[in-house]
Design a protein around this ligand. Structure first.
Ligand SMILES: Cc1cc2nc3c(=O)[nH]c(=O)nc-3n(C[C@H](O)[C@H](O)[C@H](O)COP(=O)(O)OP(=O)(O)OC[C@H]3O[C@@H](n4cnc5c(N)ncnc54)[C@H](O)[C@@H]3O)c2cc1C
Length: 381
């Protein structure tokens, strides 16, 4: 009987797995992809979509043709939970799927615990699918309410990019509005070099973004800052850092102190040898990895190799992260700041560079971007 590999989530890492399966088409394995939707929205282009640079169709990958090319059965229902002892996943419609080998790439959730009181005013950046659905409603509401007030909470890359994108969208729509960014005492872009932080802060101030380097908590009216100032808000976008999916806590898998799936350098669960994971959902036992799309994509190549090797009985490959990652931070109106270690740069040319990389990423996972192994070998000198 065929062994069953279940992939949960169509995130950055599983795109590489689907691509590898499409190219290699391994025999003797039944592969199932469990995902809430056949479309995987791409976070890297979300700020550009909000700023009006892209239609939705340009920022998402259709998983169905990729799954078909890979011989994978796509089940468009979210997973509700799993039991690592019984080797099965439970779907939201009550179905159960047993697995021999499991791979998780479900990303993380936005931690909104101290903003929940905002109720309907609150728009967390993740899940991305619901952000993509909600943003047009927010923009429509802003168009008809003069003096619309938007507060973005979170001074990391996602918060900064979203605040500047929203500002650009309001400006383009001729909306009289105010956009504030609450970034805590750590300031903008913690972890990036001072030169990068200075470039982004200068750009943000010139663009008219209200900056607050204070802690904020949600109230029914808006966001209350730690100096007592209340930022009234019609809407609050939360880009407040990640938290692991709640169901992981009941999965019986080994987790780290924050509740993320604990994996080794091969991205294999430290507690269950038949479970692998990559991307935001996991934490490496041997290394500190920031939660980023870049790591998810690169770990995805090792993950693809390891899933196929486990099935075929081959040696596993470690994912060795690069020492520095390149970040291209979109600043709204087709302008971006580049950050790579201590080096930084900015301009419209940086935005065009980002645009090229992002479009190439989407193209790479369209079925026309697939190059079969034989063809690849023919072209290798
Ligand atoms: C606005 C924004 C901009 C960003 N820009 C960058 C950037 O430029 N560069 C960078 O490196 N990082 C960036 N990031 C971070 C990046 O998005 C994440 O680190 C990355 O998406 C993690 O990839 P992943 O594969 O773990 O999960 P994701 O890409 O989030 O994919 C997870 C998938 O799993 C699915 N899923 C979730 N729950 C379930 C379930 N229960 N059952 C089945 N499927 C499920 C989801 O629908 C989704 O398709 C950005 C983040 C944001 C919010």
């Amino acid at each position: 009987m065929k062994k069953r590999l279940v992939l949960v989530g169509g995130g950055h890492a599983h795109l590489s797995v689907l691509r590898a399966l499409a190219i290699q088409r391994p025999l003797g394995v039944d592969v199932v992809l469990v995902t809430p939707s056949r479309f995987q929205n791409y976070s890297g282009m979300l700020p550009g979509w909000v700023a009006g640079h892209y239609p939705l169709s340009a920022c998402r990958i259709d998983l169905l043709p990729l799954a078909q090319a890979a011989g994978v059965r796509l089940v468009p229902i979210p997973m509700a939970g799993m039991d690592a002892q019984r080797r099965c996943v439970a779907l939201q419609d009550g179905q159960q799927i047993d697995y021999d080998l499991l791979s998780l790439d479900v990303g993380s959730e936005t931690n909104t615990s101290w903003l929940e009181v905002l109720g309907k005013k609150l728009l967390p950046i993740k899940p991305l699918d619901s952000f993509f659905t909600q943003w047009p409603h927010l923009l429509a509401a802003a168009r008809v309410k003069p003096g619309y007030q938007l507060v973005v909470v979170g001074g990391g890359a996602a918060g900064v990019e979203m605040a500047l994108a929203a500002l650009a969208a309001f400006t383009q729509a001729g909306v009289a509005s105010r956009v504030d960014l609450v970034a805590s005492e750590s300031g903008l872009l913690p972890g990036h070099a001072p030169g990068v932080q200075a470039r982004v802060e200068r750009f943000a101030r010139q663009a008219g973004l209200g900056l607050h380097f204070l802690r904020g908590v949600g109230t029914e009216e808006g966001v209350l800052l730690s100096d007592g100032q209340l930022l009234h808000a019609d809407s609050v976008i939360a880009a407040t850092g990640a938290r692991p999916p709640v169901w992981l806590g009941m999965s019986k898998l080994g987790l780290d102190a924050q509740g993320y799936l604990w994996v080794d350098a091969h991205h294999r669960s430290v507690s269950h040898a038949n479970v692998f994971a990559a991307g935001d959902v996991c934490a490496r036992a041997d290394a500190m990895l920031t939660r980023s799309g870049e790591h998810a994509v690169h770990a995805g190549s090792a993950l693809a190799h390891n899933l196929l090797a486990t099935q075929a009985g081959g040696a596993l490959q470690a994912y060795v992260p690069k020492r520095r990652s390149l970040y291209l931070l979109a600043c709204g109106p087709r302008y971006a700041v580049a950050s790579w270690g201590r080096w930084s740069a900015e301009g419209q040319w940086v935005w065009r560079w980002k645009d090229w990389i992002d479009r190439r990423f989407i193209q790479r996972f369209s079925t026309t971007g697939l190059v079969p192994t034989t063809q690849m070998q023919e072209h290798t000198p």
